[in-house]
Design a protein around this ligand. Structure first.
Ligand code: PAF
Length: 281
């Protein structure tokens, strides 16, 4: 499987005669691939002639140095998993210097408040880092479509905003969350949990499912209170936040309105690992 480490080589391959006029699907990742990523890759394969998977652990989106250092790097297994799916995938795995020749600085974006709450509030600078690297990746690859998981729902909306702001001609496609058998949303961070921790973390999704049922009859305030209590009674998980928000603007819900779509979002610590999840209500 071809692995390109420079924009120039990737581009000359993508624009060569063999692939000219082909539609390109990009799946941006930070590696440590799991079934969640593979579901994005499979969808991209169905919808495009050529698929590029980028593998790049982006330093500017980490506000915690230890998190960045501990981020799993599993290139050999990533390549093997992609090879098992299709021989029509290219990997773009640039160095930090290649993507950030002038130093690892984030651009500051105006995402119209989408980045103020939830992940934005608890991970300062995170979405400027995501916006910076996604813009670089989109410009380096020039895809027709780019695929992102709904597990990072706030990130997905911010990337849609980014391409509108920067007028980047690409279709951003959101894909459903893939879950482990016990319900935990797939994430590269799950590898850092013990077997019991992973099982225990299934509690997060079970609680979201019950919150969804309650939301049919109760106010957002009551549902948030109930979710908070459930986590208080579970000594192995610590809730950082529960938010119920408009699924388009991410503004916290104060009063339900007919015809509007809402989503519940949580961040939870399990064995010191920060996990996020969300559900359409
Ligand atoms: O979701 C991720 O893995 C990252 O935030 C992304 C989109 C690849 C940017 O580094």
């Amino acid at each position: 499987m071809p692995v390109f480490s420079t924009k120039r080589k990737l581009n000359s391959h993508l624009r060569s005669n063999s692939t000219k006029n082909h539609t390109i699907g990009l799946v941006p990742t930070m590696g440590a691939l799991h079934s969640g990523h593979l579901s994005l890759v499979k969808k991209a394969i169905l919808e495009n002639d050529q698929v590029v998977v980028s593998i790049f652990v982006n330093p500017t989106q980490f506000n915690n140095e230890e998190d960045l250092l501990k981020y799993p790097k599993t290139m050999a297994s990533d390549v093997a998993q992609l090879e098992a799916i299709s021989d029509n995938i290219l990997i773009f795995a640039p160095s930090v210097k290649e993507l950030y020749p002038e130093g690892t600085q984030s651009e500051t974006f105006n995402f119209n408040g989408l980045d103020m709450l939830m992940e934005g509030r608890f991970r300062e600078g995170h979405f400027d880092g995501v916006g910076t690297v996604v813009e670089k990746l989109l410009k380096a690859v020039g895809p027709d479509r780019a695929y992102f998981g709904e597990k990072d729902f706030q990130q997905l909306l911010i990337i849609q905003k980014l391409v509108a702001l920067k007028e980047i001609p690409v279709q951003i496609i959101g894909c459903p969350i893939v879950r482990e058998p016990h319900g935990l949303a797939m994430s590269s961070r799950n590898e850092r949990l013990s077997t019991e921790g992973r099982q225990e973390a299934g509690f997060i999704y079970r609680t979201l499912l019950k919150a969804k049922e309650r939301f049919a009859k109760k106010s957002a305030f009551k549902v948030k209170e109930w979710v908070t209590r459930q986590f208080e009674q579970n000594p192995r998980l610590t809730l950082e936040y529960i938010q119920i928000a408009d699924a388009t603007t991410l503004r916290p819900l104060t009063r339900k309105q007919k015809g509007k779509k809402y989503r519940a979002f949580v961040a939870v610590y399990a064995e010191g690992i920060r996990l996020i999840d969300n559900i359409a209500l």
